[in-house]
Every structure is written in C-alpha cells, then in structure tokens.
Design a binder for this molecule. Structure first.
Ligand code: FMN
Length: 403
C-alpha cells in the first residue's frame, strides 16, 4: 500500500469514526487496558482495518501476554486479553495449595466468568488462542471462552507456556468444546526462554503471512532484489525495518562498497560475483557489483530487474547512496484513535500497543516523554500546526496531517 493510499484510508477513517461520549481529559494506559488494539471492547478508540488475525490470550503473570504481543507484532494482528470477572490474586495462583486455580482445574464444570467478551469474530480468518498450562491443561476460563464464541470457518492456532510440562491434551480438550467448523493447527508450547526470533520462525513457518518485503533503492532508483534465505539477510531485515541508509564508494572498477554501521552474522565463502550481486564483506560492509570479482563474501541477494549495462550505469558513475527498508517503514496499517478533547497523554500510555499510528485530537497539549515507550507506534496523525505535529517532529515520529 502506498502512503497516499494510507492517507486516503486514514481520512476515510477519520470521517467514519464516531467519537465516544464519555471523554477522558487524559489518555492513560488504564483507559485502554492491555487489549488496546481491540476493536471489540473499544470500538470508538481503536481500528485496525486490515487485521485478519486475532490473538486471544489469558495470562496471569505476563508470560503468555508477552508471546501474544510478539505474535501480534509479527502478523499485525489485533489482540484481545481475556480478563476474568474476578481477578486472580497471588494466593489464588499458589498452585498445589488447594488455591482457587487448583480447585477450578479439578472441577470439570468450573467456568470462571469473563469480564469483557470479544463481540465479533467476523473480521478474522485466523485466531490464535494463548494460555498458560495449569495442571497439564488450559485454565478453565478458556473453557468459558470456547463455549461462548463461534470459531466456525476460522483457522485456530493454540499456543501455551508452562514451567516445564508439554501442552499434552490441553488444546484437544479446547477443540472438543469449540465444536466443528474450525481448522485447528497443532498446539505450540513456547519455551519460557524463547526469544523473538524463535517465535517469529514459528509464526512465519505457519505460512499465514509473507514477511514484509525488503526494498532497496540506489540513489532514488528502486531495484528488485531476490534476497537469500540466510541469517545475514534475517539480521539485515531487522535493521531495514527501521530504514537503513548506506553511503557507498566506488571501488576497483567493479563494485560499490559501504559501511552498514554494525556487524551482521556472516558465513563467508570464496565467491565469484557478477553484475547485480549484493554481498556482505567483512561482516559489516555492503557490496553491490556492476562488474565481476572473486573474494570471500556472504551472499545477500541479487538485483533481478537490471541488465549488466544498467548496473554499470547505476553504479559506475560516482558514489551512490543505497537505502534498504521494509514495507512497514512508511505505511501505517493500524490506527489507534485517541478520544476528542483529550489534553494530556500519560506516561507509558501506549506500552504494549501494536498499532502503527495514533490519531491525536487537536486538544492534546502535553505528551509525557515516555508515553510511547514499549509501543511500536511510529506515526502520529493529527491536524497540522498543532502540538501533535510539533511533538512528532521533535521526537522522530512520522507526522501525517489529517483533519
Ligand atoms: C494453577 C497453576 C498450575 C500450573 N500448572 C503447571 C503445570 O502443570 N505444568 C507446568 O509446567 N507449569 C504449570 N504452571 C506454571 C505456568 O504454566 C507457567 O508459569 C506459565 O508460563 C504462566 O503463564 P502466564 O505468566 O502467562 O500466566 C502452573 C501455574 C499455575 C498458576
């Protein structure tokens, strides 16, 4: 999606959205709870028009919650947290003490009440369901959930965390409650020590979504690249997500070389290169060829839409600037709208928020320095010449004017 298209969409959203009637003077984390980008419980605040994936989770100690937000970030999914009507206290969770959780797990009829329900599943093709293992099974509140929502037609991806146990029959028992009509994938137990990369490998391995395309320009000319599938490219992709600019220098009459600014994983092998090849040299330098050479490199990719003559014309006439970014750097897809009349955005207000963009009303005149800490928000949308625009400019956000 091009930026102009995103803008059109944003303007359309601004027109369509209805402002809530009860208007908080300040926007704080409490105002949205952790299920922030959740069209079900906060229809007037949050919109993620493109999301086809929903991550529903229950978590009492944030382990499942952290995994859920990682999944949502990778897939640009909506998130819905199951919040019990009666919260679990520390004593309720002291297992093997006949605590509340122990008793519920022993009682096959226990159905702890859920405080807020997701009211529509219609928009979603895929629903991830995450839970901790409690005595070998999903907590009973998941049973409450599955008896209360309709998953027919969806792909369901169960996942869990635990101290040490496997997922066992936990997902099968949930599936039995959900009835027919949904396709359930194998349950995934996420190790407590799993990093983002492990979760990313699993999620992308499910084939639900292609990874964001990595794009490259030489000066201002976009080039098509067939990227290699290796650890170096994976690391480059992470860097490119924030936008990477490399100042290149002509060298040897056959290549341009420039510093990436940090070392990437490499596995150099003696390589014969030809025009259009992109390699990593000495772990920290990007090299693009318009001629041939033979040296120890790690291959990164190959430009596929330029002839050798075109490569020479691009690279053989003076030093160039190369930019590499991913689809998401200039294209907000999910928006969080802050209620009209809000004046102050509190500290950590967006922690955990997986929307790309927030839409701030004109009335905002104060934003805490760490309001966006722990979020992935990179775009601020609002009226031109307002505090929102000045804040965005001063703090490295991309500002999108609207009305
Ligand atoms: C009542 C209860 C029962 C538990 N039973 C098990 C178990 O059978 N096996 C296990 O490995 N961990 C068990 N655990 C540990 C949790 O599965 C583990 O800490 C999980 O990662 C917590 O996720 P959360 O932080 O998102 O709540 C239990 C925890 C509680 C509170």
């Amino acid at each position: 999606m091009k930026l102009s298209e995103a803008l059109r969409k944003l303007l359309a959203l601004l027109l369509v959205l209805v402002t809530g009637t009860a208007v908080p003077p300040a926007f704080a984390a409490d105002a949205v709870s952790s299920a922030t980008v959740n069209i079900a419980s906060l229809p007037e605040l949050a919109v993620n028009p493109d999301a086809s994936v929903l991550v529903i989770f229950f978590s009492t100690n944030d382990t499942v919650k952290a995994v859920s937000y990682t999944i949502a970030d990778i897939l640009r999914a909506d998130v819905f947290e199951i919040v019990p009507e009666t919260p679990y206290t520390e004593d309720d969770l002291r297992y093997y003490t006949d605590c509340r959780a122990d008793r519920e797990q022993k009682d096959s009829t226990a159905r702890p009440a859920i405080s807020v329900w997701p009211d529509s599943m219609e928009a979603y093709d895929t629903v991830f369901i995450g839970y901790p293992i409690w005595h070998g099974q999903a907590p009973r509140i998941l049973y409450t959930l599955l008896e209360g929502i309709d998953l027919s037609g969806k792909t369901v991806v169960p996942f869990c965390t635990s101290a040490s146990s496997g997922a066992g029959s936990s997902a099968r028992n949930l599936q039995a409650l959900a009835g027919d009509g949904a396709v359930w994938l194998d349950v995934k137990r996420i190790d407590n020590g799993s990093g983002t990369d492990d979760i990313r490998d699993w999620v992308l391995g499910l084939g639900l979504k292609e990874e964001a395309e990595m794009r490259m320009t030489i000066n201002d000319t976009p080039v098509s690249v067939a990227w290699e599938d290796n650890d170096s490219v994976k690391a480059l992709r992470e860097l490119a997500a924030g936008g990477l600019t490399v100042q290149m220098s002509m060298y040897g009459g056959f290549e341009q070389v420039g510093p990436i600014g940090q070392s990437l994983p490499s596995s150099d092998v003696q390589t014969v290169t030809s025009p259009g090849d992109i390699v990593l040299y000495s772990s920290d330098r990007l090299v693009v060829f318009y001629g041939n050479n033979s040296w120890a490199y790690t291959r990164l990719g190959r430009i596929t839409d330029k002839t050798p003559e075109e490569m020479e014309a691009l690279l053989g006439n003076g030093n160039v600037t190369i930019t590499i970014d991913t689809e998401r750097t200039d294209e907000p897809r999910s928006f969080l709208r802050i209620p009209a009349e809000t004046q102050r955005i509190e500290s950590m207000a967006f922690a955990g928020v997986s929307a790309d963009a927030v839409i701030l009303p004109e009335t905002v005149t104060d934003i805490a320095a760490d309001a966006f800490a722990g979020s992935r928000v990179r775009f601020i949308c609002g009226c031109a010449d307002t505090y929102a625009e000045r804040y965005a400019d001063a703090n490295g956000f991309i500002f999108i004017p609207g009305d």
